[in-house]
Design a protein. Structure first.
Length: 476
């Protein structure tokens, strides 16, 4: 009886493990795993506030109990032994706000060339790049966003490319590394872009795509290549399983063994696209025009992936019913428009009309290091426009645009976005109705820990980059 070479067995086992994860977001466990650890928290009881729970409820004169980093209860006259009691008389309480479209860290402040890490504008399809590898945690924008109530945010690549790469969902905490901010277990996003941006960038370089026809051909070829790649890995899995069965029989007979099949060559671009087709990555598409959104929905059907959200979508109102029917969110601005031709056919009521149908999923996003500081005010503008158009949009409905709906699009709705018992205690205490132009976040909690207190500025984390910098108007 001959001994089976150990190298072959090891290679086969490694190959089998690789094949089993071939359609995963990384072929194995995340090679850049989250090291996020919630800050220490105590039991906190917020008393007598107006609470918008993010799930469609409004609770007047209610309490919110947080314990062990989780929401325990929302309701009147709650009690907890040893709790830190916060008197919120006259205040409003909401879940932490979530921004699904941010470039903080990859287009960090100060806005110098050295910080331009959001677009790998060297090829129309760069699905192998990950935004998290360009995030600079010292970007002061994270702290200013926290002061606006932002507790979770998705960092995306830019929109120069047809397929720009993976986005990452972060907890908005002060940290030295990206991994220490990375939302544990959150799926990656995939950033795609249609319309003017990719055809302008690459047409200007004398290469494809230079037209919208070229855009669609580029998406299709990329996903067709991914289908073929997935097929190669599936074929390898079958061959490896057959090899294992045959080797088992040969060992019993004492026969010589054959070499195991060799796995296909890894392709990081196609890894990402296969994971998107298999539903392991949330697909987010920068798209302005309704006709192009319809084409992208057909593209998704052709290649078997699901669009989580269209971003920017100034014409989303034209296909609001289709978006709702297909479970696709519209991540939109309240009033940005007209800065390029595809952004011209906008209406003020866009966001409210996307929200209106049954199962409609409207989201207010920023795409701005300034807008992210006032996401509540952006939602207020969209709410007011919808109300003027005759829609019934009370605060408890509109708050979902910046809490539970973005959580849904990011694939983390089971953990954040509402103040339901058992969810992470991401909570904002506002000094008044958060849809007032005068509203300010007074306290922000993440995982039940107080991470921002407007009344105690020294306790607020500051970027290392700003330490030692002169304050505005100070000595130079």
């Amino acid at each position: 009886m001959k001994i089976i070479p150990a190298g072959w067995l090891i290679a086969a086992c490694v190959a089998m493990a690789g094949a089993a994860n071939a359609a995963d977001a990384g072929f194995a466990a995340d090679p850049y795993p989250s090291t996020y650890r919630p800050a220490a928290s105590s039991t906190v009881l917020i008393r007598n506030a107006t609470v918008l729970d993010g799930a469609g409820g409004r609770h007047d004169g209610a309490d919110v109990l947080m314990q062990g980093g989780k929401i325990v209860a929302v309701g009147p006259n709650l009690a907890a032994d040893g709790a830190t009691v916060v008197d919120a008389q006259g205040r409003w309480v909401t879940p932490g706000l979530i921004d699904v479209h941010s470039h903080l860290g990859v287009y960090a402040s100060p806005g110098v060339e050295a910080h331009q890490d959001g677009n790998e504008a060297t090829d129309p399809v760069t699905s192998g790049v990950w935004a998290e590898h360009g995030v600079w945690p010292q970007d002061p924008g994270f702290s200013t966003a926290l002061a606006g109530g932002i507790t979770t945010l998705q960092i995306l690549p830019g929109s120069a490319n047809l397929i720009g790469g993976r986005g990452v969902t972060l907890r908005n905490v002060h940290a030295t590394t990206m991994q220490a901010m990375k939302f544990p277990g959150a799926p990656h996003g995939l950033k795609m872009a249609c319309g003017e941006n990719p055809k302008r960038v690459y047409g200007g370089k004398g290469r494809a795509p230079s037209t919208r026809m070229g855009n669609v051909a580029g998406y299709r070829q990329a996903f067709a290549d991914a289908q073929d790649y997935r097929g190669q890995w599936q074929k390898f899995e079958r061959e490896l399983a057959d090899f294992g069965s045959k080797q088992s029989g040969k060992r019993r007979k004492g026969d010589d063994t054959d070499a195991p099949p060799q796995p296909p060559k890894r392709d990081l671009r196609l890894d990402t696209l296969v994971a998107a087709m298999d539903g392991d990555i949330q697909v987010h598409i920068h798209c302005y025009r309704a006709d192009e959104m319809a084409i992208m929905l057909d593209l998704a059907r052709e290649f078997g992936f699901k669009v989580a959200a269209f971003h920017h979508g100034v014409e989303a109102y034209k296909i609001a019913d289709r978006l709702a029917a297909e479970g696709v969110c519209g991540a939109l601005w309240a009033d940005w428009w007209g800065f390029k031709l595809e952004a011209y056919d906008a209406i003020w009521e866009n966001l409210a009309f996307v929200d209106a149908p049954a199962n409609g999923c409207a989201i207010v996003h920023s795409d701005s290091e300034e807008g992210i500081q006032r996401l509540n005010q952006e939602a207020a503008k969209a709410m007011a426009r919808g109300q003027r158009a005759g829609l019934d949009i009370p605060p408890e409905r509109a708050i979902r645009w910046v809490t539970s709906n973005p959580a849904r699009a990011l694939g983390v709705a089971g953990q954040v976005g509402t103040l339901e018992p058992g969810k992470l205690a991401d909570v904002v205490i506002w000094n008044r109705d958060p849809f007032s132009v005068y509203a300010q976040a007074e306290r922000v909690y993440i995982d039940g820990a107080l991470v921002y207190d407007r009344a105690a500025p020294p306790a607020t984390p500051a970027s290392d980059f700003l330490l030692g910098q002169p304050s505005a108007g100070g000595a130079r």
